[in-house]
Design a protein around this ligand. Structure first.
Ligand code: BEZ
Length: 212
């Protein structure tokens, strides 16, 4: 069964390019981005993993650990990492799970038989420090993901958790945000948003991004 938002991300133990990983222990108190790719030595996947390596500081700044996955074995991952480093001008600095026995793929529903019986789809999960699934996306094999969008969603989730605001469509860091509809207490609103807010409608209250 597919994972839903708010579900606990299943724990597992599996081999990876950095040795055996017990997932929840590896996550610790961090946020996590677990993403699958169809196969090693494929062009789009090579660019995606290169991008993820280059964004290491951006993930770290947000307290996020990235981890990739395919059903290829560890020795394949090691040989492919050399190619990624060479062609993408980076150093892969996160583990790639070697899910040859499909243990994790089954837990996270990463093989979609009507797309391919053998390859994992391009799925991605954002997991919060309570191990809850906060974002799921699945892309077709032929479309590389936009990892800046993943960072944008993590920024939005962390703003919601820390400041009781939500982010409008196409929001970018620094744009005005909206006060969550459940926050009604005027005193709390005054304290949380000292710069004030603009009520376009009673349910649409815009305020400057509070962590800026
Ligand atoms: C790729 O990563 O380039 C790819 C993988 C599977 C199908 C199509 C493209």
């Amino acid at each position: 069964m597919s994972l839903k938002l708010g579900d606990i991300a299943p724990d597992f133990e599996q081999d990876s390019s950095e040795g055996k990983i017990r997932f929840h222990e590896w996550l610790g108190n961090s946020w996590g981005v677990l993403f699958s790719h169809p196969a090693d030595f494929t062009p789009v996947c090579t660019t995606e993993l290169g991008l993820t390596a280059k964004l290491k500081d951006d993930f770290a700044k947000r307290g996020v650990k990235a981890i990739a996955l395919s059903v290829d074995p560890v020795d394949s991952h090691h040989r492919w990492i050399d190619d990624i480093n060479e062609t993408q001008n980076t150093v892969v600095n996160f583990p790639i799970i070697a899910d040859a026995d499909r243990k994790v793929s089954d837990l996270y529903d990463l093989i979609h038989p009507n797309a391919s019986d053998t390859l994992t789809v391009r799925s991605l999960f954002v997991i919060d420090p309570n191990k809850k699934v906060r974002l799921t996306i699945t892309y077709p094999a032929s479309t590389g993901r936009n990892f800046n969008e993943i960072l944008r969603v993590i920024d939005s989730l962390q703003l919601t958790d820390n400041h009781k605001v939500a982010t409008p469509g196409n929001w970018q860091d620094g744009d005005d945000v909206v006060i969550v509809p459940s926050l009604k207490d005027e005193e709390e609103i005054r304290q949380r948003f000292p710069k004030g807010y603009r009520a376009v409608k009673p349910y649409l209250r815009l305020t400057p991004q509070p962590n800026r």
